[in-house]
Design a protein around this ligand. Structure first.
Ligand code: AMP
Length: 208
């Protein structure tokens, strides 16, 4: 099952990914996670990435495409994959099409989690994660347990100011992927508002 998870920052892609990857036994490939890991490593490439993520700007296509190409070649992607946060530009989508064609495979579904900008601001600015487990919480909607709360951290790009730029990037560069995949007959529109359980049910209807 070759899947893309499309949607603005804070739409709930990360939260919903777990159930999907468990169902199909496929890996979640989050370019944002790979980029953050490179930044933590402190490599030259990581430093370059940070200069973009700090501003809420997109990392150049060539770098991200190469990263995804290397990741898709790994054995665990044989049964499929869930791409989360990639592609984010038309150039990335076209590069992915070529890449998959070369591997003799193709996308099954592009899941679009649809959420209004006003809701995203609330979701993102309240987002906190536990660096030890990687679990993501929300100070209002899904608070961390008391013994975890103190060590939870906020992503440096989850501030209102950087989020505004990330949303601008989404509308300008990523939203054009919606008609692109619609034309290809791959787009599955999912209402991303409601409880995580309600949203999961809507997603699973796509696979029914
Ligand atoms: P995310 O965790 O998906 O919100 O990504 C965090 C940041 O990493 C983004 O704001 C971008 O700076 C960068 N990034 C992640 N995925 C991509 C991508 N496919 N293309 C360009 N930049 C990306």
């Amino acid at each position: 099952m070759d899947l893309i998870f499309l949607g603005p920052p804070g739409a709930g892609k990360g939260t919903q990914a777990k159930a999907i990857i468990d169902k199909f036994g496929i890996p979640q490939i989050s370019t944002g996670d790979i980029i953050r890991a490179a930044i933590r490593d402190g490599s030259e490439l990581g430093k370059e990435f940070k200069s973009y993520t700090d501003k809420g700007a997109l990392v150049p296509d060539e770098l991200v495409v190469r990263m995804v190409q290397d990741r898709l070649a790994k054995d665990d992607c044989k049964p499929g994959f869930l791409l989360d946060g990639f592609p984010r530009t038309l150039a990335q989508a076209e590069a992915l099409d070529e890449l998959l064609k070369g591997m003799g495979r193709g996308l099954d579904h592009v899941l679009l989690l649809d959420v209004a900008d006003e809701v995203l601001v609330d979701r993102i600015t309240g987002r906190r994660s536990d660096p030890e487990t990687g679990r993501v919480y929300h100070i209002k909607f899904n608070p961390p347990p008391a013994d975890v709360a103190d060590r939870c951290i906020q992503r440096s790009d989850d501030t209102e100011e950087v989020l505004k730029k990330r949303l601008d990037e989404y509308h300008a560069k990523t939203a054009p992927l919606i008609p692109y995949y619609e034309k290809a007959g791959l787009l599955r529109n999912i209402d991303g508002t409601g409880t995580p359980e309600e949203i999961r049910e809507r997603i699973f209807k796509v696979f029914a």
